[in-house]
Structures are given as structure tokens and as C-alpha cells.
Design a protein around this ligand. Structure first.
Ligand SMILES: N[C@@H](CCC(=O)N[C@@H](CS)C(=O)NCC(=O)O)C(=O)O
Length: 301
């Protein structure tokens, strides 16, 4: 409970915002080097193109993993035209500001995608847009009936809207900021726990996010909330994630799917070497020795 008789702590105590903000100091803690207040390319660089219809330019963060899970689920169902090349975009090195990447995503964030089966080819940015596009293109994981379709979209939009509070808010201030600011951590821990409770309450009455059907809503929500429930930001004890028992059941249920296990390996540059597949160009890439692949493709992140 808050004590409203006490003013909130100020950090630093003597800071007053100037009339006009100017970009004269780094900000962003661990990500200071990639944060800029302007959009657009910083350098000329074409994107590589592989042999498959779908070209994905991504990284194995939750936003990237949503899309590789769906692609692997489509391939598992036999949708051969979901074959894809997944190229690694190193956001720490500024790859998202290359001219070719910015042409596909003017917002300079992974994931970005090009469907080359259309002429001219089609660009996609925003992971939620990719999930809807691919599900509609293949006629799976998003019902065409108004009620389940709308419920899927409700939860997909809920995930897209809530991720910045969980990642950019809680994760940033709890794990990445250069110093701990109690006001910010309290604010975003409050919101993250509220979101976890929304999900836990819903999953107490539903096997999957949309009742008995596994949909793109599960694929969008699992990478974020599964990570929070398991290992993200080393905050599991802090957030008491064990209390969300229905969420924990669903995290195991979805995480046990073979396509989900494959999807979360793609473009992954952290964790144990055997969990990483830095680039994916062929289904057989999952079978080769992880250790060799990590070294062969340019060193461990
Ligand atoms: N709403 C976007 C968010 C994408 C996003 O935030 N991507 C992060 C990595 S998870 C990124 O590329 N950050 C690089 C940067 O901010 O420069 C989506 O869901 O596609």
C-alpha cells in the first residue's frame, strides 16, 4: 500500500526537466548505444536474401520468437510455402539501422519480414501483423468465425499493448537501468503483476487463450509471459510468479509443443549453446551440432 503523506523519492534529487529536451547525453542503460531520438538508416547495407518464399530478419527475443513459433507450427502442419530463411539481426551492433532493414521496417525493430511469393514482394513489420498475415494466408490458428476470431484478436492486441510495460517498463528498470529507481520499479512491477493476474484468471477457465483452440494469441503471449514465468530478468522470486498456477500450467502446455521448442531456438544468441540456432535456412539446421553451428556462424553472442 502507498503512503500518500510521503512525497515519492526523486532520483536524482536535484533534477528538474529543462524546457526543451535535447539529445546531449546517452540514455537507456544497457541499450544506450542503440537508442536515438530520430528514425531512419545510419548506414547503407542491403539485406541478404535466401532461397525460401519467406525472408525473416530477426533475433530470438520474445517479439522475434512469436513469428518463428508460427512458422514452425505451419511447417509442422505441412504448409511447405511457409519455408523461411531466418537471418540474424544484431540489434546491439545497430543492424536494424541498415538501409535495407529500414526499407522493410521504418521503425527499426525486429522482427521484419518479406514475403517473396508475391510479385512485387510484400514487406511486413510488427510481430502481430505477421501473425495475422501468416495465419490468414494459411487458414489456420485464427478462426474465420466472428466470436473466436474476435477473441483471438482481443488477446493478440492485449499482448501487443502490454509488452512495452513488461519489457520496456519492468524489465528495463529492474534489470537493465544503470541504477535501481524504486519509483519506476514499483510502478512497473505493479502493472506486470496485474497483467500476470489477468492472464492467470483467464487461464483458470480456459485451456488455451481462446478456449480449447490453440491460436496465434497463444503464440504471441507465450514468449513474453512464459519468459516472465521462467527466467526473464531474473525476477521470478521478486514477482512471486509461482503464485500464478494456471499460467504456469499453460506455460508448460504450450512450451511442450515441438514447434514451440524449435521456434524459440531460431535467431537465439544467448543461453546454452545447444538452445541456439543463430540462423535458420533449412529444417535440417535443427539437427546439426549446435556447438559447431555457433562457432561456424561467427562466434557466440
Ligand atoms: N511492437 C514491435 C516491437 C518490436 C521490438 O521492440 N523489437 C526490439 C527487440 S525485442 C528491437 O528490435 N529493438 C531494437 C531497438 O530498439 O533499436 C513488435 O512486436 O514487432
Amino acid at each position: 500500500m502507498t503512503d500518500e503523506t510521503q512525497p515519492p523519492p526523486n532520483q536524482p534529487a536535484d533534477y528538474t526537466p529543462p524546457a526543451v529536451w535535447t539529445w546531449d547525453q546517452p540514455s537507456g542503460g544497457q541499450f544506450a548505444s542503440i537508442n536515438r531520438p530520430i528514425s531512419g538508416a545510419t548506414h547503407e547495407k542491403e539485406l541478404p536474401v535466401g532461397k525460401h518464399p519467406i525472408q525473416l530478419y530477426s533475433l530470438g527475443t520474445p517479439n522475434g520468437v512469436k513469428v518463428t513459433i508460427l512458422l514452425e507450427e505451419l511447417l509442422a502442419l505441412g504448409h511447405g510455402d511457409a519455408e523461411y530463411d531466418a537471418w540474424l539481426i544484431n540489434i546491439g551492433a545497430g543492424d536494424q539501422f541498415g538501409s535495407g532493414f529500414v526499407e522493410v521496417n521504418p521503425n527499426s525493430k525486429i522482427p521484419a519480414m518479406v514475403d517473396r511469393s508475391l510479385d512485387p514482394s510484400l514487406r511486413l513489420f510488427e510481430s502481430g501483423s505477421m501473425l495475422v498475415y501468416l495465419a490468414e494466408k494459411h487458414g489456420v490458428f485464427l478462426s474465420t468465425e466472428v466470436r473466436p476470431r474476435t477473441e483471438t484478436m482481443n488477446w493478440l492486441m492485449w499482448q501487443m499493448g502490454s509488452a512495452p510495460f513488461v519489457g520496456g517498463g519492468f524489465g528495463h528498470f529492474y534489470a537493465y537501468a544503470p541504477f535501481k529507481i524504486q519509483y519506476a520499479i514499483d510502478r512497473y512491477a505493479m502493472e506486470t503483476k496485474r497483467l500476470l493476474h489477468v492472464l492467470d484468471t483467464h487461464l483458470a477457465r480456459n485451456e488455451y487463450i481462446v478456449g480449447g483452440d490453440y491460436t496465434i494469441a497463444d503464440m504471441a503471449i507465450w514468449p513474453w509471459y512464459g519468459a516472465i514465468a521462467r527466467d526473464a530478468y531474473a525476477a521470478q522470486e521478486f514477482l512471486s510468479v509461482h503464485e500464478y498456477t494456471h499460467l504456469q500450467r499453460w506455460v508448460d502446455l504450450v512450451g511442450g509443443r515441438e514447434a514451440v521448442k524449435r521456434g524459440r531456438m531460431v535467431n537465439r544468441t544467448f543461453g546454452r549453446p545447444e538452445t541456439q540456432l543463430r540462423e535458420r535456412h533449412d529444417a535440417r539446421d535443427f539437427e546439426v551440432n549446435r556447438e559447431d553451428m555457433v562457432i561456424e556462424r561467427g562466434g557466440r553472442a
